[in-house]
Design a protein around this ligand. Structure first.
Ligand SMILES: [Fe+2]
Ligand SMILES: [Fe+2]
Length: 477
């Protein structure tokens, strides 16, 4: 579909949604400003550069859901309207889209629309709005159910504070009708919101194709079929992925990117190596290097294919697109130096070796998290291949690798700043230096038979000999 017809399709779909909403509002005798308000969000999101049709429709669906709940509560029940879980929708937005701005927008619009529908005043709108903001903040980065329960408690407490501030008359607060209509509903509202979130999160996640922290935690379980298979069939790749994930998580944390996404993305970035694990240096134990017996062009194909096969495996196992993105983007359009060099050496006079044939197909990293995994992947391979892993050598190598990736344009399409890159680099150096630190030398013990006891100055993270041997391909694979 060309861009012009795609735009016409988007405008047509949005128009249909707005017309349907206008008809609903007209029939239910609600203000026709509601659909106009929704349209203005779409335009606002466009200006925030967050707009796409999918996000607009997902956001609109959540907003409409709370409108329908408010409509049903006021039209068909006698339940006090303060039971309506507006904060639940804001919490769902925060968990699904991991975006505080969107969650604020949902809090604002949800509060206005619900108070319009229930016929509430400015105080009602403000109570719902502040409660929703509190909920959004409280569930930010939530990974455990306990945090959700805490968020519910926080929402209820915020609602009650708003109620007391709006009605500072103690006699009024002690009246039974006030308690039944305002106090008890607002105290229960936070818990109703949490129940709504827990009950519907998985459904919306499936509908929107979103990836929440809860799903990321499920994916990080080593009993997941792909990870379990990797441990058995490609143990070297599994170990490499673990180190890359530790580096990526710490670096993402340092620049306030999504650390959990970076960690889980790193677990799955090389799953394609499971198809031919023996062709990748980290899995070659004592069997020698398979690439010594094949042409550089064949080696190139095997290495390039780990990306293609990884994507196929991930799709077959129904991984979320946000995780699949790590597979092609962790190499970007980098050059496979070792085999390119080998092909140049093997080329006969006048034979042309095209550099682009030895580059990964890309795309380059599009997000900060995938860019971090690209850097961690290269740095891990290069440092593992060093003869001497002293802090100075590690620092030199890390800086050299990151500079090369930067100069090669691999970081052009993600929004990492130079300050971010500097923080990532120092995090890598700190972690790798700690991993490869040498043990202190124990003093020699003089034995009776004149034999000195063994020296125990081996490296703490002694690598299998094959790991040293495989330095040739290092970072490029
Ligand atoms: Fe890879
Ligand atoms: Fe890798």
């Amino acid at each position: 579909m060309n861009p012009a017809s795609k735009n016409i399709g988007t405008i047509a779909l949005v128009s249909v949604v707005i017309i349907v909403l206008m008809v609903f509002c007209q029939l239910s005798q609600y203000s026709l400003l509601i659909p106009i308000l929704l349209l203005s969000i779409g335009i606002y999101l466009q200006y925030l550069n967050k707009a796409n049709l999918k996000l607009f429709l997902n956001f609109g669906l959540l907003l409409m859901l709370i409108v329908f709940i408010a409509h049903a509560v006021t039209q068909y029940t006698t339940i006090p309207y303060y039971y309506i879980p507006v904060a639940g929708m804001a919490m769902l937005t925060m968990l699904l889209f991991n975006d505080l701005q969107l969650s604020f927008l949902m809090s604002f619009l949800g509060s206005i629309l619900v108070s319009l529908i229930v016929g509430g005043d400015f105080g009602v709108m403000l109570t719902f709005f502040i409660g929703s903001l509190a909920g959004s903040y409280a569930v930010q980065g939530a990974r455990a159910r306990g945090k959700l329960m805490g968020a519910g408690l926080f929402v209820s407490a915020t609602h009650l504070v708003c109620l007391f501030l709006l009605n500072p008359n103690l006699q009024l607060i002690l009246q039974r009708s006030f308690d039944v209509n305002y106090l008890y509903p607002l105290a229960a509202n936070g818990f109703i919101s949490v129940v709504l979130v827990i009950g519907t999160l998985k459904i919306f996640e499936y509908l929107f194709g979103a990836l929440t922290n809860y799903s990321l935690l499920e994916l990080s379980d080593f009993n997941q079929p792909l990870l379990k298979r990797m441990i058995l069939e490609a143990p070297g790749t599994y170990h490499h992925s673990l180190v890359v994930s530790n580096l990526s998580e710490a670096a993402a944390d340092a620049i306030e990117a999504n650390a959990l996404l970076a960690r889980v993305g790193a677990y799955y970035h090389d799953i394609g190596k499971m198809v031919k694990p023996e062709y990748f240096t980290e899995n070659q134990l004592l069997g020698g290097n398979k690439h010594d017996y094949i042409e550089p062009s064949m080696s190139r194909l095997v290495i390039l294919n780990h990306v293609k096969e990884g994507i196929e495996l991930a799709k077959k196992n129904k991984l979320n697109q946000a995780i699949i993105d790590f597979i092609p983007q962790h190499h970007g359009t980098s050059l496979i130096h070792y085999f390119h060099q080998k092909a140049l050496e093997a080329a006969e006079d006048g034979e042309h070796v095209d550099e682009s044939d030895f580059r990964y197909p890309g795309p380059k990293p599009q997000a900060r998290e995938t860019a971090i995994v690209l850097l961690a992947d290269s740095v891990e391979g290069a440092v593992r291949a060093l003869d001497e892993q002293s802090p100075t050598r590690i620092e030199e190598t890390v800086q050299k690798i990151i500079n090369n990736k930067f100069i090669d344009g691999q970081l052009d399409e993600c929004n990492l700043t130079l300050k971010n890159i500097d923080k990532i680099s120092s995090t890598f150096v700190r972690i790798l230096s700690a991993m490869y630190h040498s043990r202190i030398k124990y003093p020699e013990k003089k034995g009776n038979d004149g034999n000195s006891s063994r020296k125990s100055s081996e490296k703490s993270s002694s690598q299998p000999s094959s790991d040293k041997k495989d330095s040739q391909a290092g970072a490029s694979l």
